[in-house]
Design a protein around this ligand. Structure first.
Ligand code: OAD
Length: 233
């Protein structure tokens, strides 16, 4: 089976009803990144950060995977599909994808604020109790924090993502502005000769000499066109 590697960003989940970050009206218009997505923001105002992620979780529980997520999951019948996602939602998994690598953490998980990457302290919140309060403790006794990779923090899964990218037969990038590193740098590891597709309704800043095929559509319509292209590849 051919290896299909998929890199997704916020635009993948836009049609499910989750806001992107940098489009107009996106999350970073309403909140300041440094307040809610950095270790300094957390140190300054853990209440604000805790509430920001509580809101994001409630929003996630009210939405469903879009057609684009479903079509990606169905491709597992014919391809070895590995998804590398910058998204912290669980919509790929809920659509039925089995190999999803989260680069920026997972919204439904929480962890120790003292030792966040230690698997012993990572817990999944049940959908019926998705909220965290200040005072809720991880197993090591520290305040529970979101299992989110904030700006300025290391990205523990980047090595696995690099390896997957380097082994791709076909590469497709969906709904990311390619603004945030190290994720945006993954395209440099895609083997020469491996075709690269980009699904995004808007032009995207492309910092590589590699050529790519731009399917200038939203995730669901773009996935349909991509599947047609796969048939003749
Ligand atoms: P951005 O908000 O930067 O980019 C979203 C991309 O999705 C843009 O290129 C849009 O044109 C595109 N888009 C919008 N609607 C779409 C649709 N219906 N179908 C397909 N694409 C669509 O989001 P990301 O690139 O994912 O990190 O942002 C990367 C990281 O920055 C996030 O993981 C997050 C953020 O700050 C953290 O919070 C750590």
């Amino acid at each position: 089976m051919k290896r299909l590697v998929v890199l997704t960003g916020a635009g993948m989940s836009a049609e499910s009803g989750i806001s992107t970050f940098r489009d107009s009206g996106g999350l970073w218009d309403t909140y300041r990144v440094e307040d809610v997505a950095t270790p300094e923001g957390w140190a300054r105002d853990p209440q604000l950060v805790t509430e920001f992620y509580n809101i994001r979780r409630r929003e996630l529980l009210n939405v469903r995977p879009c057609r684009g997520h479903e079509l990606l999951a169905q491709l597992e019948q014919d391809y070895e599909v590995n998804i590398i996602t910058q998204n912290v939602d669980n919509l790929h998994e809920r659509a039925g994808s089995h190999h999803v690598l989260h680069l920026h953490g997972e919204l439904m998980k929480v962890t120790s604020s003292r030792d966040p990457d230690n698997p012993r302290y990572i817990e999944t919140l049940p959908p019926e109790r998705p909220e965290v309060k200040l005072g809720d403790r991880a197993k090591d006794g520290s305040q529970l924090r979101p299992f989110i990779v904030w700006f300025g923090e290391a990205v523990p899964n980047i090595e696995r993502a690099t390896k997957l990218s380097a082994e791709a037969d076909i590469y497709v990038i969906i709904g990311t502005s390619l603004n945030v590193y190290p994720a945006a740098g993954l395209i440099h590891y895609v083997p020469e000769g491996c075709p690269i597709y980009l699904i995004d309704p808007k032009p995207v800043q492309w910092n590589s000499i590699r050529s790519f095929t731009h399917i200038q559509k939203g995730a669901s319509e773009g996935m349909k066109e991509f599947i047609e292209k796969l048939k003749i590849l």
